[in-house]
Write a protein that binds this ligand. Structure first.
Ligand code: SAM
Length: 197
């Protein structure tokens, strides 16, 4: 798979716009912002350009696969699919799953976005094995099972994989923040922490 880290920022902005519009116009999901769903609070990652700039760093150059833990409307999965990653999202809420897979994905494809390989799975990400992924992304809205998640990551994540978490402070005890990268990206580029095992 060819990785393209030279996306046009306008394409990313358009992707966000389509996700926002489809979310807002979908009767099943339109009230979900800040809402407590079965497994946590739903909110989308706000600034995809910021995340994109973070992963443009050469540190990520040999990475080709990602899983988004709780993929919401799917925007993270679509962004990485556009870059050329093998991308999958696991989302517990069935309405959000349908929105991403059956509504947003076809719309993006219709507009010429190369996201055919973006995949979604309905279920609990705590049941996943993370060993197939170079990157694991997580935006923990109202999540409170950090211990179980961390144990699972320590057990199944590859040694050279990165765990990217939106926000700056998380109660992990064993995962190591990548400090140099943290200085470069975590503070200057925005609110994304990068951990390794
Ligand atoms: C804050 S939103 C983030 C959405 C998306 N990752 C993004 O960044 O735009 C968190 C999502 O995780 C989902 N979620 C929380 N715990 C989960 C679990 N254990 N398994 C699957 N999905 C979960 C919620 O339903 C919600 O849609």
């Amino acid at each position: 798979m060819k990785i393209n880290i030279n996306l046009n920022p306008e394409q990313i902005t358009r992707l966000e716009k389509i996700c926002n519009e489809k979310f807002k116009n979908n009767s099943e999901t339109k009230t979900f912002h800040f809402k407590k769903l079965e497994k946590g609070i739903y909110l989308p990652t706000f600034n995809l350009i910021n995340l994109y700039n973070t992963v443009k760093n050469p540190k990520f150059k040999d990475k080709t696969s990602i899983i988004d833990l709780g993929s919401g409307d799917g925007r993270i999965v679509f962004l990485f699919s556009l870059i050329g990653y093998y991308s999958i999202g696991v989302e517990y809420n069935e309405h959000l799953c349908r929105l991403s897979d059956n509504i947003i994905k076809p719309r993006l494809i219709l507009e010429g976005f190369n996201v055919k390989k973006a995949r979604f799975k309905q279920g609990d990400f705590l049941n996943e094995d993370f060993s197939d992924y170079d990157m694991i992304y997580f935006f923990p809205g109202g999540f409170n099972n950090y211990k179980e998640l961390e144990d699972k990551l320590i057990k199944t994540m590859k040694d050279n994989s990165f765990f990217l978490v939106y926000g700056q402070k998380h109660p992990f005890e064993q995962l190591r923040p990548d400090s140099l990268w943290q200085r470069l990206a975590g503070y200057q580029e925005g609110k994304i922490m990068v951990y390794r095992k």
